[in-house]
Ligand binder design. Structure first.
Ligand code: NPG
Length: 369
């Protein structure tokens, strides 16, 4: 693949319903779409990101800067054999995984289109569909949460994840469990607790949760191992895992029993697959998280989530869970059995809706050799 041209697009898309984590309530998605042209073939990727450094230290502006001034010049005019080597080619730039992901994903789309296969196939997957779960933010009242959960279950979602924080945790989970004793349920704290809250968190052991995601600091691995020893419920790490080495450390230390893999957090599909392979060798289940991706990043998430080690339903939901209108021609839909089809067409298997994309683009920059 000879990289000839790269375009960055900052887009803003309103969310259908606000999304609140323990850190912040968001009303819109700010994200960067990346288009790469190589050998005349066009590929798309997404640097799913936020306007502010709430989930990750990266923001739209840091990603744009690192892409424009460092990553794009490292790729433009270059020859790559495969997209799988792109992450390593960008190793001179430390971190900035979200910035890297949009470019890396676009190269996977190019390579798959050149070969006439889907990104999922190029990754080595054969599964035609993925199991879909839904992540539900913190609401103003428990009744509003119950109503939302009821709606998602009626649509067929296979597991429910609720965001928790101090003051919105044990009693909320108790209410959900009373109403739905059997539903696969998990919680995500986005680092809202410290080890001093361990006695309180132990109360969550009583609700048969699938897992508790990222209760402690966003950059911690060790303290999670101490907490995991006190809990029956598996811990799952998200924010703390940026590399295969982090995943290995977490598993060796016993810091978690499940890992959430998000391409954006780990620097793209190749790194996501490496973490998947590492976990699969050790019999550790993984699932695909989400960063409220628009259709482009969602398509890449669906592709990676179709690998065999993704044995738990993830956060990859249908387009209409997030947006009135997605930026792709045919939005992702939930099948009545709670699955989402893996697109079988070449590349990411979805086409962007160019007219709508132009409407939601707030900045665009193009780079050519
Ligand atoms: O369905 O894509 C989704 C959202 C899943 O909960 C989800 N994402 O903390 O993992 C998270 C959270 C998030 C979303 C974080 C957007 C940062 C930005």
């Amino acid at each position: 693949m000879h990289v000839e041209r790269i375009e960055l697009r900052y887009i803003q898309l309103p969310l259908k319903h606000h999304f609140e984590t323990s850190a912040i309530r968001s009303f819109q998605r700010d994200t960067i779409l990346v288009t790469v042209w190589a050998d005349g073939v066009e590929g798309w990727g997404e640097s799913a990101i936020e306007a502010g450094p709430w989930y990750s230290p990266e923001t739209v502006e840091t990603a744009w800067h690192v892409q424009r001034d460092f990553l794009v010049p490292m790729l433009l005019g270059q020859q790559l054999e495969t997209a799988a080597e792109a992450f390593d080619r960008l190793a001179l730039v430390r971190g900035h995984n979200m910035a890297k992901t949009g470019l890396e994903e676009a190269l996977w789309d190019v390579e798959a289109r050149q070969k006439g296969i889907s990104v999922a196939q190029l990754l080595g997957s054969t599964s035609p569909r993925i199991e879909s779960g839904v992540s539900v933010g913190i609401q103003d009242t428990v009744d509003e949460l119950l109503e939302l959960v009821e709606g998602y279950l009626a649509q067929g979602y296979r597991r429910i994840k609720v965001k928790i924080k101090p003051g919105w945790d044990v009693e909320v989970v108790r209410t959900l469990r009373q109403r739905w004793p059997e539903v696969p349920l998990m919680v995500d704290a986005n680092s809202a607790y410290t080890l001093e809250d361990a006695d309180h968190l132990v109360a969550l052991d009583g609700f048969d949760l699938m897992m508790i995601e990222q209760p402690l600091a966003y950059d911690d691995i060790y303290q999670h191992s101490l907490l995991q020893r006190r809990l029956r419920t598996p811990l799952c790490l998200d924010e703390s895992i940026h590399t295969p080495a982090h995943a290995l450390a977490a598993l060796e230390l016993g810091s978690c029993r499940i890992i959430n893999i998000k391409p954006g957090r780990v620097g793209g599909l190749a790194q996501a697959r490496r973490i998947h392979d590492l976990c699969q060798e050790r019999g550790v289940p993984v699932w695909c998280g989400g960063l409220l991706e628009v259709g482009v990043g969602r398509a890449h998430n669906v592709a990676i989530a179709s690998l065999p080690g993704f044995t738990l339903p993830g956060d990859v939901s249908a387009s209409d869970r997030y947006f009135e209108r997605d930026v792709i021609e045919l939005p992702f839909r939930l099948n009545p059995d709670g699955t989402i089809d893996v697109p079988q067409g070449p590349g990411i298997g979805v086409e962007v809706d160019r007219a709508f994309l132009d409407e939601v683009t707030v900045r665009r920059e193009e780079f050519a050799v």
